[in-house]
Design a protein around this ligand. Structure first.
Ligand code: GDD
Ligand code: MG
Length: 351
């Protein structure tokens, strides 16, 4: 089975961290989101993944080379300066996807425990054209929302006004589609599959839903990104390797990637997710935070509830408060106090 992964969006809500990487490459507990997606697809019986991207996203993915987990991986690239939306890339990849069997399409920016085999069974049993993975959430208005009757989707509304949602069941951003769908998607232009295509399939009575019961997370906003990391760290439990504290203190849970060094008397955790080759000085405290790779944190600094981008330098006794987001390669000088929810652009120097 083939899967098309939509990964050519611009992730504007995750700036400044998304200035230097697409959302699908954001690390989730030290592993790019795309790698989590590949692993789950491979387990679900998929053997080929097609990445629907723009040229810049392709560049970043090629540079980072996330492990392919046994999948054959190809790219389908939106035309220069003409993003194709969420439906256009499906039509563009028609030849790669083929017209013989159903295939999977998924948003490349969600972390979800989706049982693709169950999704495919539901699809076949109903002779559907679209089978959508659904999940139930408290506040559904910023998603696609469905009205369900048994397994049949009676109505699909993309981002309904607050208070007018037909239910709490949202589009989890993963579908099985039958090749007949290609007839419903216009060629050579941006198409919103949610707004332009799904309502027609509902009308043709060929759209069904399949509820998922595992973890589902959208990492759209910085606090959601941080929260997703914490929840997944919790879910990994004892499977995660424990660091050996050597003169510093660890409050679990924490996750350390390779090459992390921590100075004496530092207090790490709870919920400190620390990337590759991060160097932490003495008397540093880090909690509720994600630190990307190659960061250096000098003596006496404190980081609580922040996301620190790749290659950042945090000076002596600097303080990063809750909600701070520091773009890649910036330098926070000694004694700087970054107040709650501050965002620092990439490569900036803050004194
Ligand atoms: N190739 C390509 N080209 N991919 C795109 C483009 C484009 O022009 N625009 C968006 N994408 C990709 C994004 O990278 C993302 O992975 C996916 O398509 C969905 O786009 P978003 O912009 O993230 O949509 P959303 O989060 O507002 O809403 C969608 O996801 C929700 C679940 O997270 C919708 O599908 C909702 O119905 C759904 O509930
Ligand atoms: Mg999204």
């Amino acid at each position: 089975m083939k899967a098309l992964i939509l990964a050519g969006g611009f992730a504007t809500r995750l700036r400044p961290l998304s200035c230097a990487r697409p959302k699908t490459l954001f690390p989730i507990v030290n592993k790019p989101l795309l790698q989590w997606i590949f692993e789950r697809l491979a387990r679900g019986g998929v053997n080929e993944a097609i990445l629907a991207v723009n040229a810049l996203t392709q560049f970043y993915i090629r540079q980072q080379k996330p492990p392919k987990c046994g999948l054959k991986v190809r790219f389908s690239i939106d035309p220069p300066r003409k993003p194709l939306g969420t439906g256009g890339p499906v039509k563009k990849a028609e030849k790669l996807l083929g017209c013989k069997e159903p295939f999977i399409v998924l948003n490349g920016d969600i972390f979800a425990d989706i049982d693709y085999k169950k999704l495919l069974d539901t699809h076949k049993r109903n002779n559907a054209m679209v089978t959508m993975a659904l999940c139930s959430i408290k506040d559904p208005c910023s998603f696609g929302v469905v009205e369900l009757n048994g397994e049949a989707i009676k109505r699909f509304v993309e981002k309904p006004p607050k208070g007018q949602e037909p239910s709490n069941l949202i589009n989890a951003g993963a579908y099985v589609l039958s090749p007949e769908i290609f007839k419903y998607i216009p060629e050579n232009r941006a198409v919103s599959i949610e707004r332009e295509v799904f309502p027609k399939i509902v009308e043709a009575k060929r759209m069904v839903g399949c509820c998922i019961d595992g973890l589902w997370m959208d990492i759209g906003k910085p606090h959601e990104y941080l929260e997703a990391n914490k929840i997944i760290l919790d879910s990994l439990g004892s499977t995660i390797e424990k660091p050996k504290p050597n003169g510093f203190k660890v409050n679990y849970p924490v996750a350390f990637d390779h090459g992390v060094s921590i100075g004496e008397k530092s207090i790490i955790g709870p919920y400190a997710i620390i990337g590759k080759n991060v160097k932490v000085g003495r008397n540093v405290s880090i909690s509720d935070s994600v630190i990307f790779s190659n960061v250096e944190i000098a003596d006496g600094a404190s980081i609580e509830g922040a996301v620190v981008g790749e290659g950042v330098y945090v000076g002596k006794h600097a303080k990063l408060e809750k909600g701070c987001i520091v773009g890649d390669q910036s330098k926070i000088k000694d004694n700087v106090d970054l107040h709650e929810n501050s965002a620092v652009c990439p490569a900036k120097e803050i004194s």
